[in-house]
Design a protein around this ligand. Structure first.
Ligand SMILES: Nc1nc2c(c(=O)[nH]1)N[C@H]1C(S)=C(S)[C@@H](COP(=O)(O)OP(=O)(O)OC[C@H]3O[C@@H](n4cnc5c(=O)[nH]c(N)nc54)[C@H](O)[C@@H]3O)O[C@H]1N2
Ligand SMILES: Nc1nc2c(c(=O)[nH]1)N[C@H]1C(S)=C(S)[C@@H](COP(=O)(O)OP(=O)(O)OC[C@H]3O[C@@H](n4cnc5c(=O)[nH]c(N)nc54)[C@H](O)[C@@H]3O)O[C@H]1N2
Ligand code: SF4
Ligand SMILES: [Mo]
Length: 882
């Protein structure tokens, strides 16, 4: 019988949507948006809607392992703590490290930080948030004296001007994007400006798109500050009362970006567009600037964030409805990690390592004499220290550094020679688990229980609705067990997640007196029942604000020594890795709509793999012409650090001079598509955040001897092929292939790969260099393979539809060999709507026939866009260019 739905939270992006999950009798899980959750009010995006397809147990890590052998938990945990103690005794506490993630729960995070900083006594706990939010954190601290996000999602709906900079909100925070889109429909006077070198799906709602020169954002905002001064838009009263640093900030703005022509030159935008943006900003009181990785991930990310915040402080546009600088978080618990001090340069509960009173306070609270006095290493430095052998043991929790850290091959080298690598994972095989000496099976989404904090400081409960598989355990449990075994039994005595949460809440209150913004004292005595039924609530949560706090700085008090906010002088001439003759193009990297990070979870869901199925290289046709690159052909991208092979996608949306490659593909899904092998390990000197959006590269055609693809009901081992990509489909696995040596005996080859004899259909045209084969077992299509001398191969859509057929009729067999859909079969084209599997060709047909003239019409006749709405920007594009 189906269970009642459990109220929980989506494990993907920082929007933090509420989810209702109901396990069904057939083992599947029904997923719906939670109408009561204030982040999404019932909506879910394509990734959230497909969560039910990701909870299967194939490839799950179910048992602890040491040196490749299954062991029991006691053995594994004793091994970890003994080896840690041994290394620490010999080399000191800084010889060990944790590398954790914004995807663990606050309770897990709290435990990791407590163990490393408080008891092992080293600062060496880092989190992948270094790659993500650390520039925003550093900028917040400089400006506000605290890492505070001032706004709420409601502000985005109430604003009159929304400036979206370095964020592809439509694909990366889709539900928030839908809320913004709806607000703009309700209030047509609301304006949206998108600042991004690329024209993204987010531009769908833009009144103005500024495709600026990559990296030039600080010129634009320094110029804005100059303009605001020149046009008398400064809030002098606010500045005088509540802000420091105006004069020096204005001075550097005037020196570097004094007027519109100068800004236009630096940003490579038209003067008219710059003027339009400045006029809008100057004349609109209710303004929000929403920023994300296009700003943070830069060698001057902290300065860029401050250049944005400066303009809000100078106009007093902060702490009021519909206004403020809004750094949007990426991971579901990026914010929770900042609360507990997951970064190597902070203590817990928004306390600082370099403040003696904070050190003393936390030492007393934790009852420890070992609390670290020094910050640990930041991500890039940490993995370099591992490669040097300075760090001899690392425990990696819920992150995949071999794929996601710049100069990714360096991470491989580091882990390969590290004495002790411990990996807590949900997956048996990832690019990272290959290097693990100890593998610890973690509970995954749906099985674990605890809290997360979203982009608007809202704490939500993630609840379990599935049993623990195998011997998997919660991440916090493993950490506290190691803490106990290392000799700190008393301080690591926790029975349940609520015990951990209570201590975390008490610490936020401990000797706080309003000095630290992170204060959830009203939850310090939360009972198990209250915790179980905790409803989403925004911190601070105190006696004065028991229902939480929607907006910060409404009282114009900041957490600096003077209580005033600080404007920061920004020099936009930062050192950036510039292109040259050898590496003439800028590599920009980021996300696509339907995949999550390194694909360990979204790669399991067939409907999420159909939107963009191969690692793509987005490129402008002008650049492609220059370097003889063809659309849909393969190309190789090379930088000083590494190389990648992917499928070219020519698009006018790309700015000439730069290419875009997604971050998602890894060694499990593609032969050579870990984009971070290319990315330079250069960092912002203040935040330590790496520059992931600007690496000089070159691109050249990859010209293999043959191209092909295989669809098969079974998984195949094709790692010998020069180019391969593996895609999970509904009833099959799809392999895109290319090879350097022509396959001499194709039938034998595919028969050996599939180990299937049975009935094989074959077609071969040697002169034209075409070969097709299909294997039919019990009248069902088992495998089909197409090879060709070039990349012009038939569409895969109609072939994949044949896998759903119970029996293949004569016409279908005929079409297999003919290599094109037979009468009555139609290829749906590239998938657009993931929820209802509606393809581009179907939609274009409906538009051409006049059946669909609007997004609503498409919804009515094809259902596309009517569930999660993530594809609506693409539907609009198709309507504009059918
Ligand atoms: N579908 C999906 N959604 C996700 C994730 C995912 O993996 N998949 N991950 C989540 C996480 S952890 C994060 S951090 C967020 C990230 O969310 P976003 O920051 O929105 O995502 P990105 O695609 O990394 O980069 C955003 C944009 O920055 C632009 N950009 C590049 N260089 C510059 C520049 O110099 N200036 C400006 N102004 N813009 C520039 C890029 O072209 C890109 O469109 O997404 C979250 N949501
Ligand atoms: N070039 C480039 N590089 C980037 C970025 C970019 O824009 N460009 N973006 C950066 C950003 S913003 C981010 S956030 C990172 C993300 O990069 P990662 O954090 O490396 O990516 P994920 O795939 O989310 O890794 C999470 C891992 O944890 C596992 N896991 C899932 N749930 C659990 C759990 O409950 N417990 C445990 N123990 N494990 C679990 C998953 O299977 C997966 O292997 O990438 C960064 N790297
Ligand atoms: S927007 Fe999508 S991925 Fe993000 S929390 Fe909501 S459902 Fe999950
Ligand atoms: Mo992120």
């Amino acid at each position: 019988m189906a269970q009642l739905a459990t109220q929980t939270t989506c494990p993907y992006c920082g929007v933090g949507c509420g989810v209702l999950a109901a396990p069904q009798a057939d083992g599947t899980v029904a997923i719906k948006g939670d109408p009561a959750h204030p982040a999404n009010f019932g909506r879910l995006c394509s990734k959230g809607s497909a969560l039910g397809e990701t909870v299967g147990l194939d490839n799950r890590l179910l048992y602890p392992q040491v040196d490749g052998k299954r062991v029991d938990w006691d053995t594994a945990l004793d091994h970890v703590s003994d080896r840690f103690k041994q290394i620490i005794d010999e080399h000191g506490p800084d010889a060990v490290a944790f590398y954790v993630s914004g995807q663990i729960l606050t309770e897990d995070y709290y435990m990791a930080n407590k163990l490393m900083k408080g008891f092992i006594g080293s600062g060496n706990i880092e989190t992948n948030s270094r790659l993500c939010m650390s520039s925003a954190v550093a900028a917040h601290k400089r400006a506000f004296g605290s890492d505070t996000v001032p706004c709420s999602y409601e502000d985005l709906e109430q604003t009159d001007l929304l400036v979206i900079i370095g964020s592809n909100t439509a694909w990366c925070h889709p539900v928030l994007f839908q809320r913004i889109t709806q607000a703009k429909l309700n209030r047509p006077n609301m304006k949206v400006v998108v600042i991004d070198p690329r024209k993204t799906a987010t531009c769908d709602i833009a009144d103005l798109h500024l495709p600026l020169r990559p990296g030039a954002d600080a010129f634009l905002f320094n110029g804005l500050l100059s303009y605001l001064k020149q046009h008398d838009c400064i809030d002098w009263h606010y500045l005088e009362q509540y802000v420091e640093g105006f004069a020096s900030s204005l001075d550097s703005a005037s020196k570097t970006a004094a007027n519109i022509p100068q800004v236009a030159r630096q940003t490579e935008l038209s003067e008219a567009d710059v003027a339009k943006f400045y006029q809008l900003f100057a004349s609109t009181e209710k303004t929000i600037t929403l920023f994300s990785q296009g700003v943070n991930q830069s060698t001057s990310g902290t300065d860029k964030c401050n250049a944005i915040i400066n303009c809000h402080l100078a106009t007093g546009r902060i702490g009021k409805a519909g206004m403020g600088p809004f750094s949007i978080t990426g991971q579901p618990n990026a914010m929770g990690g900042r609360e507990v001090g997951g970064l190597s340069n902070q203590l817990a509960a928004h306390m600082e390592i370099d403040k003696p009173e904070h050190h003393d306070r936390l030492s007393r609270f934790w009852n420890t004499e070992r609390l670290t006095n020094t910050a640990g290493l930041k991500t890039i430095d940490m993995f370099q220290a591992i490669e040097r052998g300075d760090i001899k043991a690392v425990w990696i929790v819920a992150t995949n550094p071999v794929v996601s850290i710049p100069d990714a091959d360096q991470i491989k080298r580091a882990l390969k020679q590290c004495e002790l690598v411990i990996v807590s994972e949900i997956e048996k095989q990832t690019d990272c688990t290959e290097f693990a000496d100890v593998l610890l099976p973690a509970l995954g989404w749906g099985e674990k229980d605890g809290t997360v904090t979203n982009s608007e400081r809202r704490i939500s409960h993630q609840r379990a609705f599935l049993p623990a598989p195998g011997e998997a355990k919660a991440d916090w449990w493993m950490l506290k067990e190691v803490g106990k075994r290392m000799g700190f039994a008393e301080q690591f005595e926790f029975e349940t997640a609520v015990d951990v949460f209570r201590e975390h809440a008490r610490l936020s209150a401990f000797e706080n007196h309003g000095e630290r913004d992170f204060d959830i004292s009203a939850l310090a005595d939360i009972t198990e029942q209250e915790y179980a039924s905790l409803q989403p609530i925004q911190w601070p949560i105190t006696d004065n604000a028991p229902q939480g706090t929607a907006r910060m700085f409404a009282d114009n008090h900041f957490y600096t020594a003077s209580g005033k906010a600080r404007m920061i002088a920004v020099d936009p001439h930062y050192p950036q890795n510039e292109v040259d003759d050898e590496y003439p193009l800028v590599l920009n990297t980021g996300r696509i709509r339907d995949q999550w990070h390194t694909m360990t979870r979204t790669g399991r869901a067939p409907r999420l793999n159909a939107h963009i199925s191969e690692p793509m290289i987005d490129m402008h046709p002008v650049d492609a012409g220059h370097w003889q690159i063809q659309n849909k052909a393969l190309a190789q991208v090379e930088s000083k650090w590494g190389r990648l092979t992917g499928r070219v996608n020519l698009t006018q949306d790309q700015r000439p001079g730069s290419i875009f490659v997604p971050i998602h593909w890894n060694g499990q899904f593609a032969s050579q598509a870990r984009v971070d092998t290319l990315v330079a390990p250069l960092t912002d000197p203040i935040s330590g955040q790496p520059e992931s959006k600007h690496t000089p590269v070159n691109v050249r055609p990859f010209l293999p001897r043959w191209h092909g693809f295989i669809l098969s009901r079974q998984q195949l081992s094709l790692t010998e092929t020069a180019y391969w990509v593996k895609v999970k489909g509904q009833q099959f696995w799809r392999y895109e292939l290319a090879g350097e040596n022509w396959v001499e005996q194709p039938l034998e080859w595919i028969q050996n790969l599939t180990e299937q004899q049975g009935e094989w259909l074959e077609f071969s045209d040697q002169r034209a260099g075409r070969y097709r084969a299909a294997n039919i077992v019990d009248n069902q299509l088992q495998t089909v393979m197409f090879l060709a001398a070039d990349h012009h191969l038939p569409e895969r859509g109609w072939l994949s539809q044949l896998f759903a057929e119970q029996t293949l009729d004569a016409a279908a067999r005929q079409s297999l060999l003919a290599g094109r859909p037979g009468p009555g079969q139609q290829d749906k084209g590239k998938l657009v709507c993931a929820c209802f599997a509606v393809g581009e060709t179907t939609i274009k047909d409906a538009i051409r026939k006049g059946e669909a003239k609007s997004v609503d019409d498409i919804g009515r006749c094809l259902k596309a866009g009517t569930n999660c709405g993530s594809c609506i920007p693409e539907l609009k594009q198709l309507l504009a260019n059918p």
